[in-house]
Design a protein around this ligand. Structure first.
Ligand code: NAP
Ligand code: MG
Length: 497
């Protein structure tokens, strides 16, 4: 007689760490929509795709498997100049167009993006490494929402700024990062066009594809040539975009280091500048918070988009009495996260955007271990090819640790504790950044106090990472200045007199 050594599901349930790993083995569920990629993408200048003057191209890589996706044209200074000349030629007619007519173009861009949403979501996931469920349910719909929202403002500028004479700046130069490529493009282009500006935009080197696919939509929408120009390239191309004499306004989203250098280079030039930079947000959990919801908020706050999020809740501040309970729940929850193929619909954590970013995460995690914080990572398997990093919790973190002060921009949470409300405020504000914060508590009065005292552009209460085109987003201190979204974001794209 053979005796089965297999445990019943109930027996296994007595060991919480095995619940999901053992019983919930999912079959692969890859998204199959065609991203309709070209093998080569040229620059988009004056309404047409044109080869770069120096015929230089670079390869965009899929971080999920390290395979090449497409050749991307690298814009040199002469190409950037062509883009600015085209934008300057387009400006008079575009800015004089009645607002309702500009609104129609924006509306059309939003609808065309919706029509091709699946295709764009797959392209975004392939090029950037984010889970398809995020590209599909967040990035692409939010990008379309920004165009819809600003379509509504285009003919209402006089009502947005009553009593003032409203005029666009002229040509705006825009440089965006790789973490939300299409969405950052929408945040930049939609308000600029609504207000009557024309645009030269540079996407990030590792994620240019959806910007250049968006250029196809610009053509399809019949946008007049030169109103939007897209010049791909590396840091040097970005420097040429911000330094061009025809740029009346520069809008930059990226790292604080590059933001500071842009600010220095533009000092005294008279150009309008807005900067959306890094962050190290405190997500603060009080002992009266609903713990299960808070744990979901913490997980969403740090593991959304692999933690490649400027407003990520990367510093968890937990009230001392509940610190152990929160950590236990977090460990259980983190063990259930699925790390792997970004194209799989069940994936929670996809690929790290680039090898360079993976190295940066590894360096900071090693520093956390060296400085004495306690590291926890689930024992999940990672795909053999591609750049991946396990979701990571650090407990016992001190304010002085690098992992408490520096932006890691990866799936790594630093956990600190506090005793009183004042200590929570002081620790939360003890950072060079000030982009966002989260507060979890049952007490409304405490939410109001915290949101007043926290020096952060956005404070979420009993939730995290909620966005709406009508809600302004931006920072304090080294997280930058200027706002994106809402009437405040629109205000940065107009001159008032
Ligand atoms: P980054 O290195 O500063 O790059 C951002 C963009 O600037 C990229 O297009 C980059 O081109 C370009 N660039 C690089 N050097 C430049 C220069 N000297 N002059 C002009 N442009 C230059 O930042 P990242 O590492 O890509 O992005 C991550 C950072 O962005 C994080 O710190 C994050 O917090 C921040 N971020 C902030 C927000 C926000 O709204 N506050 C949103 C998203 C991200 P290449 O790609 O070719 O290097
Ligand atoms: Mg790529």
């Amino acid at each position: 007689m053979s005796v089965s050594t297999k445990k019943s599901p109930n027996q296994r349930r007595s060991r919480p760490e095995l619940i999901f790993g053992d019983l919930w083995a999912f079959d692969p569920a890859p998204e199959t929509a065609d991203p309709k990629l070209k093998s080569r993408y040229d620059l988009f200048i004056n309404g047409r795709f044109v080869a770069p003057k120096k015929a230089a191209y670079f390869t965009s890589i899929n971080p999920g498997n390290e395979q090449p996706l497409a050749e991307i044209a690298l814009a040199g200074a002469a190409d950037v100049d062509d883009a600015y000349q085209a934008a300057a030629r387009a400006f008079p007619a575009w800015s004089k167009l009645p607002g309702a007519e500009r609104g129609k173009y924006l509306y059309r861009l939003a609808r065309l993006l919706q029509d091709r949403a699946r295709e764009f979501a797959v392209a975004e996931t392939l090029d950037g490494g984010k889970p398809i469920k995020e590209a599909r349910d967040f990035d692409v719909p939010m990008a379309a929402a920004h165009f819809f929202y600003h379509a509504g403002w285009a003919d209402k500028l006089a009502y947005a700024f009553p009593g003032a004479k409203v005029a666009p700046h002229g040509v705006v130069g825009q440089v965006i990062p790789w973490n939300f490529p299409l969405l950052m493009l929408a945040w930049k282009i939609a308000p600029a066009l609504a207000a009557g500006n024309t645009v030269v935009l540079k996407p990030a080197e590792t994620t240019s594809i959806t910007a250049l696919k968006f250029a196809e939509i610009l053509q399809e929408a019949g946008l007049p040539p030169g109103v939007v120009n897209i010049v791909a390239g590396a840091g040097g191309t970005g420097a040429a975009v911000v330094a061009h004499p025809l740029a009346a306004k520069v809008a930059f989203t990226g790292s604080t280091a590059v933001g500071k250098s842009i600010m220095r280079s533009l000092a005294g030039s008279g150009k309008k500048l807005t900067l959306e930079l890094g962050g190290k947000a405190a997500n603060i959990v009080f002992d009266d918070a609903p713990l299960d919801q808070a744990v979901e908020g913490i997980v969403n706050g740090i593991f959304f988009n692999q933690g490649h999020v400027c407003c990520a809740g990367s510093r968890l501040l937990v009230q001392e009495g509940i610190a152990d309970a929160v950590l236990t729940r977090l460990k259980l929850r983190v063990r259930q996260l699925r790390v792997g193929d970004p194209l799989d619909k069940n994936t929670d954590i996809g690929a790290i955007n680039s090898k360079a970013q993976l190295d940066k995460i590894r360096t900071l995690v090693a520093a956390g271990v060296k400085e004495g914080a306690d590291l926890f990572q689930p024992a999940c398997s990672l795909p053999p090819k591609g750049w991946y990093f396990r979701p990571t919790l650090f407990s016992g973190v001190q304010q002085s640790h690098r992992i408490a002060r520096e932006e890691i921009f990866g799936p790594v949470l630093s956990i600190l504790t506090f005793r009183t409300v004042d200590e929570a405020v002081e620790k939360a504000n003890n950072t060079a950044y000030g982009l966002s914060a989260g507060v979890w508590t049952d007490k409304g009065s405490r939410i109001l106090k915290m949101s007043t005292e926290l020096k952060a552009g956005v404070v979420w209460a009993n939730t995290y990472n909620k966005f709406d085109p009508a809600s302004p987003f931006g920072g304090y201190k080294e997280s930058g200045f200027g706002r994106e979204g809402g009437k405040q974001g629109l205000a940065d794209y107009v001159k008032l007199s």
